[in-house]
Design a protein around this ligand. Sequence first.
Ligand SMILES: *Cc1c(COP(=O)(O)O)cnc(C)c1O
Length: 387
Amino acid sequence: MLRRLPYGANYLELEDMHELKYCIGEKILFRYQTTGDSMAEKMEQTAAAFFGTQYALGTHNCTEGLRVALLSTHPKVGDKVYIPAVTFVAVAGAVLSCGLIPVLVDVDEFLCMDMNALPPDAERVIVAHMEGSVAPLREGFPFLIEDAAQALGGRHADGVHAGAKGYCGVFSFHHNKILTSGEGGLIITNNGDAYAKMKLYHDHGCQRVHGEYPTWNKDTFYGENCVTSEIIASVQLQQFRHLEQIRTGLERGYRILREEVGPNGFAIRERRPGDMKLSLRLEFGEEGERSALERILKEKGLPYWTLEKYFLPDHPVLHYRNSIYADNFPWNLAPDYELPDLSATRSRLKRTICLPVSPELDEAAQVSEARAFAAALRQFTPLAQLA
Ligand SMILES: *Cc1c(COP(=O)(O)O)cnc(C)c1O
């Protein structure tokens, strides 16, 4: 009854893996191995058509996607990149490993970056659509990167896909994400110039003709190798076929959970229509109340997750500011670096709990899971009532 696998993993089925069987059967694992089209191209075309963008580029993972996207903006070493104060540490790691300095910006009650808090001259901004919540965007920043690693399939209020609005958008296919290929990343963009630079950088700075050794022209630059593989792209093609199932399963499960769970001394942080509704988020008045509910859920074997792990001011990477470089690059470029005091956000995260929605369950199973959550919540007594 309980969800044990990450969303996309529930749909990993060999019978459905004809692209993967083809690659193994033909012994073609590298995307430029043959003269014809590759699975990687097919995956990119599928993704671009799905997201409604002109370009899509597969990468090893989303962290590489962020790095490639940032580097394509021609930054100067030490430039600032504004990132949400509440997100996975990969966002900060991507910025730092490019020699750039992450500046933390507070988030609202939906965990969306407060774009009004950005300085008007901010150049590079990464907005993360956390835990399925699609953050509303503000225009006017030259390089707005949408990190949709946790919101693949979500949409903005105007119907545009999360990731498809800014300078570019990035996605993750890590095992824990909505679709999975174990590891895997994707960049989407409508900016042809950005796409050209990203494609060069992500492949040693070289030009590719299928089936031939690469070439380098005099205007290129050094790069890295973030080229995706035929195996990964094949699994991703299979996963895309199940995205709509996952999305409608989440919609239904969320509606059911919402019907079963009434307010009882906590606030319900409603999802927006375009969100990927991965969970029902409850916010308590006191940390102790959340701990009490956690104990009840654990006793009953019901799943839940919390979000303070994403609070970057408390993360060792930001807190201690160490580096693998002997001169502490790039932190050495920001000697006056200070973490903002976001105690209200820290406290809110410690009072928040997420009850997962299981999209792979049928309606009856979703109803019984929702009732189990509702029963656990009825057992919970708000502290105010005890006093
Ligand atoms: C998972 C995640 C990443 C990193 O993705 P990888 O594919 O594991 O590199 C980046 N940003 C956010 C918000 C994530 O949740």
